[in-house]
Ligand binder design. Structure first.
Ligand code: 9WN
Length: 415
């Protein structure tokens, strides 16, 4: 690739962030996702930080305007009504819960990690926005530790909360749900992208059933937790919060704030992460209602390094993934019964997860693997642009296009 090609891609990536910018927050992509999503915004902020540090802080600041009084930071903020997405605010029924219309569940807490990276890039520009965000980040982490914590393993109460909607890690919990009474509804996602690349109708019935259940309980944390039918400890959530918590503690030092509560959570999460290792040495989903591991190797399994946990088995799995596909890391191991190269979180490669894996590999000193992963992720973008996700075998783009977080990953890591 020539220097000119490289510069053209940089410009194309910046143009996507600008095009998806709605003034203070960024859409994941126009059409398919017309609102502000939680972890997408944190990746967008890190992308913006490569060329506009103030805009990066604004993205995070806007995200936290949706925080509920109990500390929960919703996975979608419905800033302006848009009929193009289902389920919208009328389905969630959270009117009296937060400051602005939102969903009632959260998403992977990557925000503190990117806040630290953005702050480190320019501490002078960051001091003021960071000081305002710090107590909000702490309150959010405290909410996870109180309401999504099973002995240091972070669990989710809805597949959308984990950000990997149809991952096989949730299959056993989803099968246990009989989505009776869910009623008629019209999906919008399949009007924008090919249905074979999206979750199935059986998945959606259960997604909506879980929303209706929590809505019926008034989104009360204690009531929702009682007899929760979907309760799966998640390696992505656990490793992401572990890492974010360490980053928040470093930010506490920078601001002269007390870090002792954060350090106690880090210790608890470190113990929980160890329990997510199955008897094959792989980190996978753990169905808390059944007391069973999934026995799946997903891209989330490789986030151990991000959480500061080294693993020779996972390094061997990573080499296997490099051998099995040209564009790793697949969201489900190639050759597993679940693997489907095009269906969302059951096979495709996601650049954002690759970047998190890559950051962890660097931290743990696995530089050759980090570089290999970065280079193969960059190849996806140079050959196929900034797609939502990609076929790990052919590199074909899939899902939505002109995708904010993929463009951000190019600017911040892959390029
Ligand atoms: C539901 C926006 C979001 C991502 C998720 C991804 C997908 C939504 C959907 O899109 O989920 O939250 O409707 O499919 O799975 O990780 O945040 O990009």
């Amino acid at each position: 690739m020539t220097r000119m090609d490289h510069l053209a891609l940089d410009e194309a990536a910046r143009a996507i962030l600008r095009k998806n910018d709605r003034g203070g927050y960024t859409l994941p992509t126009f059409g398919l996702y017309p609102y502000q999503w939680n972890w997408d915004s944190a990746f967008a902020a890190w992308g913006f930080a490569q060329f506009d540090i103030d805009r990066a802080w604004l993205e995070l600041t806007t995200l936290f305007t949706g925080q509920w009084p109990n500390g929960m930071l919703p996975h979608i903020l419905f800033h302006r009504p848009d009929p193009g997405y289902f389920p919208g605010p009328d389905v969630w029924g959270t009117e009296d819960k937060g400051p602005i219309p939102s969903s009632g569940i959260s998403q992977p807490p990557v925000a503190a990690t990117f806040a630290r990276m953005i702050y480190d890039k320019n501490p002078d520009a960051g001091r003021e926005p960071l000081a305002a965000l710090f107590p909000k980040l702490v309150a959010w982490h405290r909410w996870f530790m109180r309401w999504r914590n099973a002995d240091g393993m972070i669990f989710i109460t809805h597949p959308w909360e984990g950000g990997r909607d149809n991952a096989p890690d949730w299959d056993s919990a989803m099968q246990a749900i009989d989505p009776v009474g869910v009623g008629e509804y019209t999906r919008r996602d399949t009007a924008h992208v090919d249905a074979s690349m999206r979750p199935t109708k059986e998945d959606y019935d259960r997604y909506i059933w879980l929303v209706q259940r929590a809505r019926g309980l008034g989104w009360d944390d204690a009531a929702v937790a009682q007899d929760q039918p979907f309760k799966v400890a998640d390696p992505l959530m656990t490793f992401v919060l572990l890492r974010a918590n360490r980053d928040l503690a470093a930010l506490a030092d920078a601001l002269g704030e007390d870090r002792s509560e954060l350090d106690s959570w880090t210790a608890e999460l470190t113990a929980g992460a160890a329990a997510l290792r199955n008897d094959k040495g792989v980190f996978d989903g753990y169905n808390l209602n059944l007391g069973e591991h999934t026995n799946s190797v997903s891209n989330a399994s490789f986030l151990c390094w991000l959480g500061g946990v080294d693993s020779p088995q996972m390094l061997a799995e990573l080499h296997r993934a490099f051998d099995q596909c040209a564009y790793p890391v697949p969201s489900q191991k190639v050759g597993s019964d679940w693997f489907n190269a095009k269906r969302y979180w059951r096979g495709p490669t996601w650049a954002i997860v690759n970047m998190l894996i890559g950051l962890g590999l660097i931290d743990m000193g696995h530089h050759a693997e980090a570089e290999e992963l970065r280079a193969r992720t960059a190849a996806l973008m140079t050959q196929h642009g900034f797609a939502e996700y990609y076929d790990p075998l052919t590199g074909d783009p899939a899902g939505g296009d002109s995708f904010t977080w993929t463009a951000a990953v190019w600017l911040a890591w892959a390029s």
